[in-house]
Design a binder for this molecule. Structure first.
Ligand SMILES: *[C@@H]1O[C@H](CO)[C@@H](O)[C@H](O)[C@H]1NC(C)=O
Ligand SMILES: *[C@@H]1O[C@H](CO)[C@@H](O)[C@H](O)[C@H]1NC(C)=O
Ligand SMILES: *[C@@H]1O[C@H](CO)[C@@H](O)[C@H](O)[C@H]1NC(C)=O
Ligand SMILES: *[C@@H]1O[C@H](CO)[C@@H](O)[C@H](O)[C@H]1NC(C)=O
Ligand SMILES: *[C@@H]1O[C@H](CO)[C@@H](O)[C@H](O)[C@H]1NC(C)=O
Ligand SMILES: *[C@@H]1O[C@H](CO)[C@@H](O)[C@H](O)[C@H]1NC(C)=O
Ligand SMILES: *[C@@H]1O[C@H](CO)[C@@H](O)[C@H](O)[C@H]1NC(C)=O
Ligand SMILES: *[C@@H]1O[C@H](CO)[C@@H](O)[C@H](O)[C@H]1NC(C)=O
Ligand SMILES: *[C@@H]1O[C@H](CO)[C@@H](O)[C@H](O)[C@H]1NC(C)=O
Ligand SMILES: *[C@@H]1O[C@H](CO)[C@@H](O)[C@H](O)[C@H]1NC(C)=O
Ligand SMILES: CC(=O)N[C@H]1CO[C@H](CO)[C@@H](O)[C@@H]1O
Length: 551
């Protein structure tokens, strides 16, 4: 890690002496429209469309903010229905539609070591694996297009795709990491989607902003995803900036100082501070056991040992609705007193488990008992009320209270430009626990951690180098915005769709019907049958986890 930081410094100063100073001023951020669906088996989550393969197969994915796991795109493949959930009604639609690689003319596994079953590796879930979320992927390359056909969003060739079938990740993931993926048997690091978009000057910087959306709002408000910028109408600004965590795979690390709720005389639910990792690939909020127990005591949550989760009985639910507590999460940097509050109403925690996790829909409270500090996680539950802006050029991010503007409010997308290299003198060195050595242990499809940290630096260096080589001749006079004031390029994006977003059954386009509709008829086992015959891991031990008593 020390070596890699030195390299980072070296490459940055090397670039400034090369006179890197230009940008492609015509590059605007990309606002990815939500799918207008609420998907998932552990809550209602706002997904996003992408098309994969040739001809295009449209799938709905959740944005994946995890630096490691988010370096590739995950799509659910037919095994995820036929073998893992053979009895699940309407499985294709439930899992956001499937990708069939053998129906794509552009699918390729060239150069990837393949066995009889194809290129199967475990998913690079360093962080999620700590929470017991695991899966294998069938890897290959294919063409992707963002959004639905006709959306005018970019098409990218030869993106690394992992076909997944595990129920641990019920929906596929639109990985947002800029970090390239490294197959164990290939020397070439494979650029991620964000890296490719930036390298092709399709976004102004390697950065993104995301909030998960809130089904419980009236009307429900879909998620918001911007690449290379942010949407000022979706968050309440604050002045707090977080530096990325020292550990590359735990970049979005915040210090949680306290959790309180607003009922008079209530005692704080968490008193001493902890570091918590923000990860959209996880649904729940993972906190120390004593904190969870405090929640359970205060709100009469029912611990379900089999599923290791909290169910909410009707009576407790009614009491919570009546009391309507607002939970305030106070976060900041570990070393600083400056804090911000993210407030979550009870409604944000009022989620249901549905099939295939449980037979009958069950209310649960998305709080999980973390056994140690590596498990402290703010998942999508938190991101319903939080808007995160991550800037990989400056290695910093912000967390803001999400705003739920009405659909009649036009987006206001602001670009994040790449930092002015000449102003960069230091790279934050937290000197904190360095996980690089611990991580080698998982024999994983990709990402050799030490190499990746170097790569992260090297890739940006390469990108910047590439730009510096190419652009000056064309636009010599352009100067880059200094980092103090990165948001210069205000772009008004066309007005929102004419439909009311919350009418989830109404769509302008039946995008997913480019999928092969004969699919459900294939009931057999194919190719990888010996892999997937393993019963997949669920959060709950079995299909039938009924609330303790029905009254
Ligand atoms: C494509 O793969 C599916 C399983 O993923 C299989 O059922 C089908 O027979 C295959 N089709 C062809 C043409 O190979
Ligand atoms: C992934 O595949 C390997 C090899 O077949 C298997 O041992 C492992 O259990 C699988 N992992 C998961 C999470 O299914
Ligand atoms: C800027 O990017 C656009 C695509 O976003 C491209 O068409 C154009 O050629 C680029 N201009 C320069 C000077 O690179
Ligand atoms: C941020 O800081 C500026 C200058 O110190 C101040 O004017 C502004 O009110 C602050 N904004 C917020 C949201 O605190
Ligand atoms: C807690 O929930 C249980 C089961 O729903 C109920 O019997 C009990 O009365 C509740 N206790 C309180 C304090 O609300
Ligand atoms: C959860 O299920 C209950 C009863 O089945 C239903 O009334 C409620 O609307 C559901 N909540 C969500 C968020 O889907
Ligand atoms: C943290 O707890 C999880 C679950 O008990 C365990 O798998 C993991 O090894 C633990 N990690 C450390 C660093 O103790
Ligand atoms: C990153 O840092 C720069 C100044 O160093 C600041 O202007 C910017 O707002 C920060 N970005 C985020 C997302 O907090
Ligand atoms: C960027 O693109 C150029 C040419 O298209 C390629 O040579 C270079 O390796 C790419 N860099 C990265 C980091 O992907
Ligand atoms: C689901 O609900 C139905 C009707 O209330 C009931 O007959 C059935 O036993 C329940 N199943 C489980 C697994 O609780
Ligand atoms: C560029 C790079 O560092 N590639 C590495 C990818 O992973 C393989 C196997 O671990 C290494 O041998 C390569 O050096």
């Amino acid at each position: 890690m020390f070596m890699s930081r030195q390299l980072f410094l070296f490459t940055l100063s090397g670039l400034s002496s090369l006179g890197y100073s230009t940008l492609n001023a015509s590059t605007a951020p990309l606002s990815i429209p939500p799918s207008l669906y609420w998907d998932g088996d552990n809550g209602r989550w706002s997904t996003f469309h992408i098309q994969v393969g040739t001809p295009a197969q449209t799938v709905r994915l959740l944005p994946g903010t995890s630096a490691s796991a988010g370096s590739t795109i995950w799509v659910v493949i037919p095994e995820g229905c036929v073998d893992v959930n053979p009895d699940l009604e309407n499985c294709l639609n439930e899992r956001g539609y499937l990708f069939q690689s053998n129906q794509s003319l552009t699918w390729s596994t060239q150069g990837i070591k393949t066995g009889v079953d194809g290129a199967i590796f475990s998913l690079n879930t360093f962080e999620e694996g700590n929470l017991g979320l695991l899966g294998n992927g069938s890897y290959g390359y294919d063409t992707i297009s963002l959004g639905l056909p006709g959306s005018g969003l970019p098409t990218l060739e030869k993106q690394v795709i992992a076909g997944i079938w595990t129920d641990d990740f019920y929906l596929g993931s639109l990985g947002l990491s800029p970090v390239p993926f490294n197959f164990t048997n290939l020397d070439d690091p494979q650029p991620s989607m964000l890296g490719t978009l930036y390298n092709k000057s399709l976004i102004p910087s390697p950065s993104w902003s995301y909030t998960a959306g809130a089904y419980y709002q009236t009307p429900p408000v879909f998620g918001s995803l911007t690449l290379g910028g942010f949407d000022t109408t979706r968050f309440k600004p604050n002045n707090l900036t977080f530096a990325f965590g020292a550990d590359f795979s735990r970049d979005l690390l915040v210090n949680l100082k306290s959790i309180t709720y607003d009922t008079a005389g209530s005692s704080p639910l968490l008193a001493s501070s902890i570091d918590v990792f923000i990860d959209s690939l996880v649904a729940e909020i993972w906190l120390p056991v004593d904190v969870c127990e405090e929640f359970a005591k205060q709100f009469n949550l029912t611990w379900n040992a089999q599923g290791q989760l909290y169910l909410v009985e009707e009576q407790a639910h009614a009491a919570l609705v009546k009391q309507n507590p607002a939970f305030t999460f106070t976060i900041g940097q570990e070393s600083s007193q400056e804090t911000i509050n993210i407030v979550l109403p009870y409604a944000a925690f009022d989620l249901n488990l549905t099939a295939p996790i449980v037979g009958n829909t069950s209310r649960y409270f998305p709080l999980k008992q973390a056994q140690n500090s590596t498990q402290y996680t703010f998942g999508r539950t938190f991101l319903q009320e939080a808007y995160v802006i991550a800037d990989y050029g400056r290695r910093n991010f912000s967390v803001s209270q999400a705003l739920f503007s009405s659909t009649s409010v036009a987006q206001n997308i602001v670009a994040i430009e790449v930092p002015d290299i000449s102003n960069v003198h230091t790279v934050p060195n937290h000197g904190k626990k360095n996980k690089g050595s611990e991580m080698g242990k998982g024999a994983i499809a990709g990402v050799v951690i030490a190499a990746i940290t170097v790569l992260t630096a090297a890739v940006f260096a390469a990108i910047l180098w590439f730009k510096s080589q190419k652009k000056p001749r064309e636009a010599p006079a352009e100067s880059i915005t200094p980092p103090e004031n990165p948001a210069v390029d205000v772009v008004l994006v066309p007005p929102p769709p004419e439909l009311d977003g919350y009418k989830t059954s109404v769509h302008e386009i039946d995008g997913h019907f480019s999928m092969n509709q004969e699919l459900p008829a294939h009931e057999g086992h194919w190719g990888r049958h010996e892999l997937i015959s393993e019963v997949s891991l669920h959060e709950l031990g079995g299909r039938e986890v009924a609330p303790a008593a029905t009254r």
